[in-house]
Ligand binder design. Structure first.
Ligand code: ADP
Length: 173
């Protein structure tokens, strides 16, 4: 498994799957969630509604998979990040769950290239430095790593991009 860092908009990435930082309703929201539904079209929302009707809300740390509608990716994996409200082991573990459960779902669906946004670091206010450490460590420790060819970290803002660049370079050295 290799890792790649990209600065930009995840809705433009032609991966097997892109990950959405969704909310538990699965019915769309702001930030990256809004961008994915806007660009992907209503087929994604309809697929989310079908999942919701079957299983109810998506719990924090869990992930579900849908088609990607008009996006260049094949699938969207929707995961619900934790809302930050002070440092706690529980929140850190839930953010790690998002990455681990998304990767597990990717493997189940034969996804080889997967792109992640910086889950929870927008509206959910998770500190970016801590979130980047959790994301990189969880991806690198993923048990079925050999089944994924590439993980792309897509950073939308400069601060996240710089943090990831520094941390990923440190690992490579
Ligand atoms: P959360 O509610 O999990 O915090 P947000 O969508 O508010 O979700 O933010 C998560 C991260 O996604 C933030 O770092 C934000 O800058 C980033 N983001 C927002 N729009 C996009 C996009 N189109 N592509 C990639 N990342 C995005």
């Amino acid at each position: 498994m290799t890792t790649e860092l990209i600065k930009g908009d995840i809705t433009t990435i032609k991966a097997d799957a892109i990950v959405n930082a969704a909310n538990s309703s699965l019915l769309g929201g702001g930030g990256v969630d809004g961008a994915i539904h806007r660009k992907g079209g209503k087929a994604i929302l309809e697929a989310c509604v079908t999942i919701r009707d079957k299983q109810g809300k998506c719990k924090t740390g869990n992930a579900v998979i849908t088609i990607a509608g008009n996006l260049p990716a094949k699938y969207v994996i929707h995961t619900v990040g934790p809302v930050w409200n002070g440092d706690s082991e529980e929140k850190n573990a839930l953010l790690a769950d998002c990455y681990r459960n998304s990767l597990t779902l990717a493997v189940k669906n034969n996804v080889k290239v997967i792109a992640f946004p910086n889950i929870s670091t927008g509206i959910y206010h998770f500190p970016k430095d801590k979130a980047a450490d959790i994301a990189i460590t969880t991806v690198n420790n993923f048990a079925q790593k050999e089944k994924i060819d590439k993980v792309i970290f897509v950073c939308f803002d400069d601060e996240n991009y710089q943090l990831y660049e520094e941390k990923l370079n440190r690992i490579k050295q």
